[in-house]
Structures are given as C-alpha cells and as structure tokens.
Ligand binder design. Structure first.
Ligand SMILES: NC(=O)c1ccc[n+]([C@@H]2O[C@H](COP(=O)([O-])OP(=O)(O)OC[C@H]3O[C@@H](n4cnc5c(N)ncnc54)[C@H](O)[C@@H]3O)[C@@H](O)[C@H]2O)c1
Ligand SMILES: O=C(O)[C@H](O)COP(=O)(O)O
Length: 527
C-alpha cells in the first residue's frame, strides 16, 4: 500500500479519501531535519503553507510521486526541484477563493471602523465612542491589484457595497475588467486615486516589494491597504514607517515576509494596523474544499490516473486532457519510435500537427507527450509528463512545432522528425476510429501498421527475393514474424520493410540482416 505523509493540519474529509488507497501518517510541526529523515518512506506528501518543501526534502523523497498543496500558493514548495525529479505538484486553485476574498473584505471594513481595537477597549472595561469614529466605504474607490479569482470576487462584493472600482492586472483585458465592474488602470494611477487598496496577486521576483517607500509616498494620506495575498509584496518596514508618520491611514495584513511573524515593527503599530496570522483560507468550508480537492488528486495519481490541477504539467486541464488523450498516446508512441530509429543523440524534434489536430488551441501536451516518448528509451520511467520538457532542454533538444491544417488524408495526423548525431528520421501516425494508432509513414515511405511491442524496420532496395531472405534469416534464429509490410515510393527503388515479431530480436541478428545484399540499414524497436 502506498504511504502518504500529511505534514500540516488537513480536514478529516481529505484524510478519509487518502485512507481508501494509502497508509496515511499525520505528523505536523516536523522540524525540517526530521522531515528530510522520514520522507524517503513516502509516495506522497500533503501540506498547507506551514511546511517548507525544500530541494533537500525533495531530493530525500526518493519515492515521492506527488506533492499536494491543500490551498493555492505553492511558494513554500520548490516546484522546479520537484519538476526536475518528475514529481507532480498539485494545488486547489479555487477551494479557498471565497474565504480569502471575504477575509480581505472583512479586513477592509474592520480597518474602516476600528473593530478589533474597539472590541479590545470594551473588553478592557472602557466605553470610548469618540476614539473609534470610523469612515464609510460607500462611494469610496477601491483599487484591486491582481484581478484573478479572489480579486474578482472582492470586486463583486465591493460593488454591492457601493464602491468605485479600479484594477491593475497586466495579464487581463480591459473588457474582462469591465465585465467585473472595474476600470483597468496602471498601478501608479490606482495607488494615487484609491481610498482602499487590496492585493490579490502572486509573489514573484517582479512583485516583491511592489508596494515600497516610493509607492507608499504616492498614496492618499487617507488611504488604507489590505494584503491577504502574500507577504513580501509589501515592504513591511516601509509600511510601518508610512503608517507611523501618517503618510497613509492604515493597513491590514494577513501575510508576512517571514511566517510566523517574529519581532517586527508592525506589532508596535496602533489601531491603524490590523494583523491576522494567515487566516485567509481558514474557514470550515474552505478547509473541506481544499482537503477534498487535493486528496482526490493524490489518490488519483497514486492509482496511476492524471491530476486535474497539476501546477507543473503544462496545459493538462481535465477538459483538455479528455479531448487530447488519444493524441497524447499517439504522440508518445511516435516519439518513442522516432527516438529509437534516430538512435544516438537527438538534437532537434520537429512536431508537425496535421489536419484536425492542427486546429487544437493547446498543443503543448502533445509536444510534451512526444518528448516523453522520445526520451523514454534512454530514461525509462525517470521521464514523465512533469519533467519531459526539462529533460529535453537539459539535453539540448531543440523542439520545433509546425502545423498544417490542409493535410486531408486522415482527420488528424501527427508527424515527428528527429534529427541527431546519426542522421534524420521521420514517422507519421494517425488514430483510426479515434483511438487505434496506425503508423502511416516512415521516412516518407507510406505504410499502414499498428505499433507492436517488438518491431524490425529495414531500409532496402526493392528487388525480388529480399523479403524471403529476411524471413529465412529470422527463421534460422527462431524469430516468429507476426506481420510484415513493405512501403515503397517507386518500383525497384528504395523501400522500407516493417516486421512485427513475437519476441525481442536476439543479439547479433541485426548485423546479419545488414549483410543481406540490398539491405541498406536495419533497426530494431521495442515499444
Ligand atoms: N491569505 C490567504 O490565506 C490566501 C488564501 C488564498 C490565496 N492567497 C493568495 O492570494 C493570491 C491570489 O490568489 P488567486 O486565487 O486570486 O490567484 P489568481 O491566479 O486567480 O489571480 C492572481 C492574479 O494576479 C495577477 N497578476 C500576476 N502578476 C501580477 C502583477 N505583477 N501585477 C498585478 N497583477 C498580477 C494575475 O494576472 C491574476 O489575474 C495568491 O498570492 C494566493 O497565494 C492567500
Ligand atoms: O495560498 C493559500 O491557499 C493560502 O495562503 C492559505 O494557506 P494555508 O493553507 O496555510 O492557510
């Protein structure tokens, strides 16, 4: 039975799903040395933001197949390291959207009415109504930085509160922003005009300290800023200085440059600042959602099925996957075939999508499948959909993708051409009846054969007796031929012979075949 380590608190609903297929060990608050020590026993790791899944953890996880993040942000996981090792990283992109959006809105309203400070004051025995004179959000301008899933829900609710909405997001169109009721503007204008600013973007090298001393200086003295996205998008020292000096009116933070928050000048701020300990996703509903979402994906991957929200498998959304699945099998088989025909070191792979296949708007999975097939002979099970791109890049394989929608022979066909140290070969294949693979062309010689586990290909001169000689030679080595086909362009010119054989070709026979007069080359392939 596979083993899953759960190293952060996860809702029982997720644990119940995992327990159907695996031994589940829940060990939270593990020091990183301890995690590194035990991770080699596990096939899967499930975390929230508390566990740092570093390169050392990943390297130690020799059996790891999947890392599941019960939440959105995967910045606590070294995803490139996992990708290099072929480990799938999955998350729950939508499970806590509402929870995080509602937390940001609650922060904005709490900032406006000093609710946390007023509560503390009453509980301390006071009745101070004057000190907590607040402001309304109605008719104020909210600037949303990052108009993705959470930002969009914040926009919907804020509009209902009567707020005017500005948004900054370089990756969405003005039309999309308008649909959500926002005016898309540049960041400078948003910061200058907004009464409230809320951040809903990922932390990347570009967004680190996006809000800094310089940008804080452009905000209104009445402006209040909310960060329920990621720590480090705001420069905390600069923020504390801006609040202390009255340069801005306040801030509400749920996330910090370093978590848990240690000694920080933020802790010394008065009621103008509200601090929560990374609670954005902490609702009962969100925790059930993310636990189920991620546990189901871990279960599926352990059962050999694809994950629906892998962050390191390019373009494999479930709907895309479903449509492309037969073509992925075709691409992998042809990649494996052309890789073995090419032999040696492959320098470039030309992936040509033809006919109906040329119409697909997401060809990336097909390319990845072709690369997986191409590399599988050399790398065996070490190459998978996660790392095929990286493995190809590290081997200097240049991938060229071309499309030709005019090829009408079949509804959709795929041609792979591999150029390498030993020459160039190409294979074309189609799907019969939508699922049965047929190889229809080898090095421009027309054929029509299904791929089989053991195959022999020859390039020879089309002349009488040659087929018989190969047949007798194989017979003398006790090799049984299951099927045979010849493809030629002109009579008595060059031709290819494709034989399916029942067993692997015995040692030494290939060199005997190439000695037969008229045979130019021979290749053995196992698929
Ligand atoms: N506090 C919490 O507990 C909590 C909970 C959930 C999510 N989050 C965080 O909230 C953030 C948003 O999550 P989401 O689910 O809405 O993600 P999302 O991917 O749906 O949206 C992110 C948006 O940010 C935009 N963006 C990227 N770079 C940008 C830039 N430089 N400037 C402006 N916009 C940029 C993207 O185009 C996208 O529209 C993430 O950082 C996530 O980790 C925090
Ligand atoms: O990215 C997320 O999903 C949030 O930051 C939530 O993190 P958590 O699962 O540790 O609460």
């Amino acid at each position: 039975m596979p083993k899953v380590l759960v190293s952060d608190p996860i809702d029982q609903a997720g644990l119940d799903i995992l327990s159907q297929v695996a031994q589940v060990d829940v060990k939270t608050k593990l020091p990183s040395e301890e995690l590194i020590k035990i991770i080699s026993n596990y096939d899967a790791l499930m975390v929230r933001s508390g566990t740092r899944v570093t390169q050392d953890v990943i390297d130690a996880g020799k059996q790891l197949k999947i890392i599941g993040r019960a939440g959105v942000g995967v910045d606590n996981i070294d995803v490139p390291a996992a990708t290099r090792r072929g480990i799938v990283v999955v998350n729950s992109p939508e499970g806590n959207t509402i929870a995080a959006a509602e937390h940001a809105l609650a922060m904005m309203l709490s900032l406006s009415r000093y609710i946390p400070a007023a509560d503390q004051s009453v509980k301390a025995g006071n009745w101070d109504r004057k000190r907590f004179l607040g402001v309304e959000v109605y008719k104020k301008t909210l600037g949303i930085v990052g108009l993705g899933k959470i930002g969009s829900h914040v926009a919907t609710v804020a509009r209902a509160l009567g707020m005017k909405l500005l948004a900054y997001d370089p990756f969405i169109s003005s039309e999309r922003a308008e649909q959500i009721g926002c005016r898309l503007v540049d960041l400078d204008l948003l910061l200058r005009e907004a009464d409230y600013i809320t951040l809903h973007l990922p932390k990347t090298p570009e967004t680190t300290h996006l809000i800094n001393a310089e940008s804080l200086a452009t905000m209104k003295p009445t402006a209040r800023i909310v960060n329920c996205a990621r720590g480090g998008i705001i420069d905390e020292e600069a923020l504390a200085t801006a609040i202390r000096s009255g340069q801005i009116a306040g801030a509400a933070l749920d996330v910090y440059e370093s978590e848990p928050l240690g000694t920080s000048s933020l802790r010394e701020l008065d009621m103008a600042a509200i601090l929560t300990p990374h609670l954005g996703a902490s609702t009962e509903e969100a925790q059930v959602n993310v636990a189920i979402d991620v546990a189901e994906q871990i279960r599926d991957v352990l059962l050999g099925l694809p994950a629906r929200s892998a962050v390191n498998i390019p373009g494999l959304r479930p709907d895309v996957l479903e449509k492309l699945r037969p073509y992925l099998q075709l691409a992998e088989t042809l990649g494996n075939l052309v890789g073995q025909l090419a032999g040696g070191r492959v320098e470039s792979l030309d992936v040509r999508l033809q006919g109906e296949l040329a119409q697909t708007d997401n060809s990336q999975p097909v390319v990845v499948a072709a690369l997986k097939g191409l590399l599988s002979h050399a790398l065996q099970e070490r190459v998978n959909y996660v790392n095929a791109n990286i493995e190809a890049k590290e081997r200097g394989i240049h991938v060229i993708e071309t499309r030709d929608a005019n090829v009408q022979d079949y509804t959709g066909s795929l041609q792979l051409s591999a150029k390498g140290s030993l020459g160039e070969h190409s294979v074309t294949g189609v799907l019969l009846g939508g699922s049965e693979i047929r190889v229809t062309d080898i090095d421009d010689f027309p054929i029509n054969v299904p791929p089989t586990p053991y195959m022999l290909f020859t390039l020879h001169r089309d002349m009488p007796g040659i087929i018989g000689k190969i047949g007798s030679l194989l017979g003398s080595f006790n090799v049984n031929i299951a099927s045979m086909q010849v493809g030629r362009k002109i009579v008595r010119g060059d031709a290819v012979m494709v034989l399916s054989i029942d067993d692997p070709l015995p040692e030494g026979i290939l060199s005997e075949i190439t000695k037969v007069p008229g045979i130019r080359d021979a290749y053995t392939v196992s698929l």
